[in-house]
Design a binder for this molecule. Structure first.
Ligand code: WTA
Length: 682
């Protein structure tokens, strides 16, 4: 039985597939079992949540564990929000102990799969991958041990702990251990380079780094420890490094500074009480790119973040935990198996692999490696073997799967899937339709979730049992979210008119600041339009009240779902000895959505060669990590500038996209440059 009405018949033309006015309604069968069953129910709850946010959020918060109840739900003094003021809780307790207290200690909390496919001798060939399942009991034991190890190393409440690890259970254990003892974690994505580690360590004044010898990616070892060693030659702030043994690759241990994870935890007690934290105590810092060179340390606190990620996880993915019944074979009893393919190093991993998921009592799956290792069907193989029901990934990945072809999917039974999610960048309607038909078999609602590192959780998203979806739209605001599209005066623009996306009321998981930089916090988010949070994205709202994200309106580009500041890449380019000046813009890219196009002028006398081009691109990858490597690089004797010296990015964007140059070029200083640039190949 098809669960989606109005799905496309085979043989329909591309135009009809891409018809913006196509609407997909969840089936009655799906809706009747969902938490939120209809648009009427959504609207009623949404109205209450914005009319009476304090009552709404107090009800949600009451479902979780608090040592001491709050005195006030919200204290809002623009731009500062305090939620659940005076209340004390611990998010690690809510992720783990609360389930044990409810008698669910033996239920699965985390399912992890390593990348290598190993045979009996541990060689990479055929065979079964390594799988580890941790119950809430297991997780509490491991987290407590590591928490005690951290205490033994002198880590105290409020200290910033840097974590730079592969996607292994110990990454989750390390972050939860920090939360358990009230230390603030700052997780750095394992794809970042030494200088990114140095910058973040210094910004957070962090004295301890948790890492691993390496992690597996596409059959190779990512040398995490070597990167940390290199970073620590650039700063002397760090006096302690903890090293997990994952790949058994050759690494160098520094006496007195470096400790093995296994040594520390072998002797540590498995009992560690969860620290009583104030709701507004800092939980973590996570760095994100901005429109200036320096990444911003986004601050999230405990109570509001916990409550918001808990509720969004439940409703956006329509999560259902395993029931306390013996009928393991009964689908209803078995409950969900949830898999988000993001790395924990990004906000998606923080909120929707760990913090929002575990309190919902649904197992969360973690996978260490690449989607095309050993073959291009790895994800579908994982879904089949673990019977994944809820799947959350990025449009970039979906476009890659489309390109690889459906034969990889057809090899597997992925009929366990029920809800499909996307995040990180706009999803083009072709990719949406492919996801809907080939992965979802036209029966799984798709949730296109718009949100940001700064927002902590989903802001605009369909709810699977209620929302009628349209390919390319992230539809409606979540509960408690008052979103609008406005002009520069803060007035709402008309239907289908483009404008600035703003949030007009505080929500529980909003960022509390930029670490160590109050001015930048106010300047970036609160000064564009008085009284509103500006997200940096442009959007429009259609005649059905659905939102459509139109892309960034600042100098941030979203490449393969990762937020990059063009300034950061420009700084990395000019740090190469041969480069005098550089400009970076985004261009449409088949797989990544947006690619990076760089333009550089060379230092006088240096010859423009292909070899140098490759060297400069590699240099950026080394400085910032592989995701920041420019896809295109063109040399130019000068950058196109206005007479007042501003780089004309609009022009560069046209050139990079191979488009005709549109708009006014009369303010350009030297028109000859543009012609030269257009003639070049990459
Ligand atoms: C973009 C990722 C369109 C957007 C959770 C936002 C999206 C930035 C979507 C935040 C979506 C994220 N549709 N664009 N569903 N989701 N974006 O901080 O430009 O890594 O501002 O958070 O990604 O990226 P960040």
């Amino acid at each position: 039985m098809s669960q989606t009405q109005g799905s496309t018949e085979s043989g329909s033309t591309m135009e009809s597939i891409l018809d913006e006015h196509r609407h997909f309604k969840p089936s009655k069968a799906f809706s009747s079992n969902a938490h939120i069953k209809s648009m009427a129910e959504y609207e009623k709850m949404h109205k209450r949540s914005v009319d009476d946010p304090e009552g709404f959020w107090a009800d949600v918060a009451s479902e979780l564990h608090w040592f001491k109840k709050w005195e006030e739900v919200l204290d809002w003094r623009l731009p500062d929000a305090k939620w659940f003021v005076g209340g004390t809780t611990n998010i690690c307790y809510n992720c783990i102990d609360r389930q044990i207290d409810a008698g669910l200690g033996n239920h699965t909390a985390i399912v992890w799969e390593g990348e290598p496919i190993v045979d009996e001798d541990g060689h990479h060939a055929g065979g079964e991958p390594e799988v580890r399942k941790l119950s809430y009991y297991d997780l509490r034991r491991e987290v407590s041990r590591f928490a005690n190890a951290l205490k033994g190393l002198g880590v105290q409440k409020g200290d910033v702990v840097t974590i730079y690890m592969p996607m292994v259970p110990e990454l989750a254990i390390a972050m939860l251990a920090c939360a358990r003892i009230g230390a603030v974690h700052s997780i750095i994505f394992g794809g970042f380079s030494a200088s990114a580690i140095r910058d973040r360590v210094e910004d957070g004044k962090s004295k301890i780094v948790i890492t691993a010898d390496g992690g597996w990616r596409r059959g190779k070892v990512v040398p995490l420890k070597d990167n940390v060693d290199e970073a620590l030659t650039l700063t002397d702030l760090v006096d302690t490094v903890v090293v997990l043994e994952r790949c058994q690759n050759d690494i160098h241990m520094v006496d007195g500074r470096d400790h093995w994870w296994s040594d520390l935890t072998a002797t540590a007690s498995e009992h560690c009480p969860a620290e009583e934290m104030y709701s507004e105590d800092l939980l973590f810092i996570l760095y994100t790119s901005g429109s200036t060179g320096k990444p911003k340390g986004i601050m999230h606190t405990t109570g509001g973040y916990m409550v918001y990620t808990y509720l969004t996880s439940r409703y956006t993915f329509d999560l259902h935990p395993r029931q306390l019944c013996d009928e393991e074979l009964n689908e209803q009893c078995r409950g969900d198996m949830y898999w988000c393919t993001a790395d924990i190093g990004w906000i998606t991993g923080h909120s929707y692999i760990i913090y929002g998921l575990l309190p919902n009592r649904v197992p969360t799956l973690m996978y260490e490696g690449a989607p095309d290792f050993p073959e291009k069907d790895r994800f579908w193989d994982i879904i089949e073997r673990h019977k994944v029901t809820k799947f959350y990934t990025a449009p970039t990945a979906i476009r890659a799967f489309m390109k690889w072809g459906r034969e990889w999917i057809d090899k597997h039974d992925i009929s366990s899937l029920k809800v499909l999610g996307t995040v990180g960048e706009p999803i083009n309607p072709e990719a949406w339709m492919w996801y809907h038909k080939v992965i979802g078999n036209e029966k799984c609602p798709i949730v296109d979730t718009w949100w940001q590192t700064e927002t902590g959780g989903h802001m605009l998203t369909p709810l699977p049992g209620a929302t009628t979806t349209t390919p390319g739209s992230c539809t409606k605001p979540f509960f408690g979210i008052d979103a609008a599209v406005v002009n520069s005066e803060g007035e709402e623009v008309g239907e289908n008119e483009g404008g600035i996306l703003v949030i007009r009321k505080p929500w529980p998981s909003m960022l509390r600041g930029i670490y160590g930089n109050r001015e930048r916090f106010i300047e970036t988010y609160w000064s564009k339009i008085e009284g509103f949070y500006t997200a940096g994205d442009g959007a429009r709202k259609d005649e059905n009240g659905n939102f459509w994200i139109m892309g960034r309106i600042d100098d941030v580009i979203v490449v393969a779902g990762h937020n990059l500041g063009t300034m950061e890449v420009e700084s990395a380019l000019v740090s190469h000895d041969a480069v005098a000046e550089a400009a970076v813009v985004g261009f449409p890219h088949e797989i990544k959505g947006t690619g990076i196009a760089a333009f550089a002028t060379l230092v006088g006398g240096i010859e423009e060669t292909d070899k140098l081009k490759a060297e400069i691109r590699d240099h950026v990858a080394k400085e910032l990590g592989p995701i920041s490597k420019p896809d295109k690089l063109r040399f130019t004797p000068a950058l196109p500038k206005t007479r007042s010296g501003k780089i004309m990015r609009r022009l560069l964007r046209d050139i990079a996209a191979g488009r005709e140059i549109t708009g006014d070029v009369t303010t350009l200083e030297d028109k000859g440059i543009v012609e030269k640039l257009q003639k070049q190949t990459d």
